[in-house]
Design a protein around this ligand. Structure first.
Ligand code: ADP
Length: 389
């Protein structure tokens, strides 16, 4: 819910804001009277379609404190309606301090008349940083202004997030490319400049091959992420037996598990027809089971199926190193790898973000339960096809 801060020293005005902007019912009919007093006899529309959370402050200092607290707690205000003339610090100084604690805040000066010129305000807080609302204000105008500014605030936030994600992606990509290329060039240099026996030369060529395969894997992962963001992704849905599909994946990966002395088995019903994209769900199972094999040193991996009220729950459970609670959300981010485990296993940190995007496209989510040193369980639900139709 979007948050609005109102700073005004007059209680009747604060109540009037509440009456117009808040979704909560006014405490008493008295507010209706006050709103009528302030806005005239105009009939007020039902306000329940607005989704604003309103916080009221009676002076500038209190308002700045509220904004500071809100920004620190990660629920910042989108807009501050600031009365220009107030005892203590006035509207202009309040706005300056508000922007110092939260530079993204949209500021609206509410004023009957002002002894501050527009130029003076522009100089103090920036030309595009503020709006005016003249008192007495019209409730519709107030709502419209709140809605428009909230939209603007949200769009700017989204734009910033896209830009930050882009920068992070480029940083991560160049890191992922640089390392294998350094190895390849280093090894080529040795091969070109030094004579050596065939066996040693072959070992060096194998090193080049390993790094080249890593780059190939990176390119494939990126291609998958790109496909998933295209509008046509997930058009190829069909009904499929997810249990049989997992048996197929288990067969393919059982050698990898055996090589590490791990068990890889399945539990639950022998069949479960769901609706989805076979290729994508195969990818989900491969990524989850491969991770379980990579990050488990002893014990094993169990793929567990469980029917729950028309849904099939699919869980990949391992007895591996586990993931600490503070990292359980981040492992689904692109390129994120747990520092400790990335020393032992080489990966790009894209597998789980691919899993997450595929499942989002299937209208479901991935859950993670994990305890460091004990193991991890990644699970998701899919609707069973027979119940749906
Ligand atoms: P990658 O395995 O290539 O690093 P992923 O996106 O698949 O990339 O996983 C991100 C990180 O999450 C891994 O680097 C690892 O630290 C952690 N992780 C994933 N699966 C498991 C698991 N089953 N057990 C412990 N840690 C895991």
């Amino acid at each position: 819910m979007s948050r609005i801060l109102v700073i005004d020293d007059e209680e009747t005005i604060r109540n009037a804001y509440q009456q117009v902007l808040s979704t909560e019912d006014p405490e008493s009919g008295n507010l209706d009277f006050m709103a009528n007093e302030l806005f005239g006899e105009k009939e007020h529309e039902a306000q329940d379609e607005h989704h604003f959370e309103l916080i009221l402050a009676s002076n500038g200092m209190d308002g700045v404190e509220q904004a500071r607290k809100a920004a620190m707690e990660g629920h910042p205000f989108a807009i501050a309606f600031v009365d220009m003339r107030m005892p203590g610090i006035d509207g202009l100084e309040t706005a300056q301090r508000l922007l110092a604690v939260d530079p993204h805040l949209e500021i609206v000066f509410v004023t009957a008349h002002t002894d501050r010129t527009r130029k003076e305000i522009s100089r103090a807080i920036g030309k595009h940083r503020f709006f005016y609302l003249k008192k007495p204000f019209d409730p519709d105008e107030l709502i419209q202004m709140a809605e428009t500014l909230i939209l603007r605030w949200k769009l700017v936030r989204e734009q910033e997030k896209i830009e930050a994600d882009k920068q992070m992606f480029i940083r991560n990509m160049s890191h992922e490319l640089r390392h294998p290329l350094q190895v390849i060039l280093g090894v080529c240099d040795t091969l070109i400049n030094f004579d050596m026996e065939d066996a040693r030369r072959r070992q060096f060529l194998r090193d080049i091959e390993t790094e080249a395969r890593r780059l190939q894997q990176l390119a494939e992962n990126l291609q998958q992420l790109r496909t998933m963001n295209s509008p046509t992704f997930m058009t190829a849905k069909s009904t499929l037996d997810i249990v049989q599909l997992s048996d197929h994946v288990i067969r393919i990966l059982s050698r990898k598990a055996e090589e590490k002395g791990l068990t890889l088995s399945r539990k639950g019903p022998d069949s479960g027809v769901v609706e989805g994209s076979e290729d994508s769900l195969t990818q989900v199972l491969i990524n989850l089971i491969m991770n379980a094999i990579h990050y488990t040193e002893s014990g094993g991996i169990t793929v567990i199926f469980e029917e729950q009220h028309g849904l099939m729950k699919i869980a990949v459970k391992d007895t591996g190193i586990g993931i600490s609670p503070t990292e359980q959300k981040a492992v689904f981010d692109k390129f994120y790898r747990v520092a400790e485990s990335s020393k032992k296993v080489r990966g790009h940190g894209l597998g789980l973000s691919i899993v997450k995007e595929i499942l989002t496209a299937h209208g479901t989510t991935i859950e993670l339960q994990s305890e460091p040193g004990k193991g991890s369980t990644f699970s998701f639900m899919l609707p069973m096809a027979s119940i749906r139709h």
